[in-house]
Design a protein around this ligand. Structure first.
Ligand SMILES: [Zn+2]
Length: 64
């Protein structure tokens, strides 16, 4: 009773199947690598934002 599970590639939205798909949930290895690369870049961007803390904010130090 194996059912063919269909899914849309998260990157290019091509309909693909879950079974026998080494690149799932993507339609191909190419889409998988592109999407992983995109997430890596976003992670670095978020990490860069978090590093900037308002430690030397002039308003904080001039508090009476
Ligand atoms: Zn794709």
């Amino acid at each position: 009773m194996e059912k063919i599970i269909k899914l849309s590639c998260p990157y290019c939205r091509t309909e693909t199947q879950w079974q026998n798909n080494p690149s799932r949930p993507f339609c191909s290895e190419r889409c998988r690598m592109i999407d992983l690369g995109r997430w890596d870049n976003e992670e670095y961007a978020v990490a860069g934002e978090k590093v900037r803390e308002p430690a030397d904010d002039p308003d904080e130090t001039s508090f009476p």
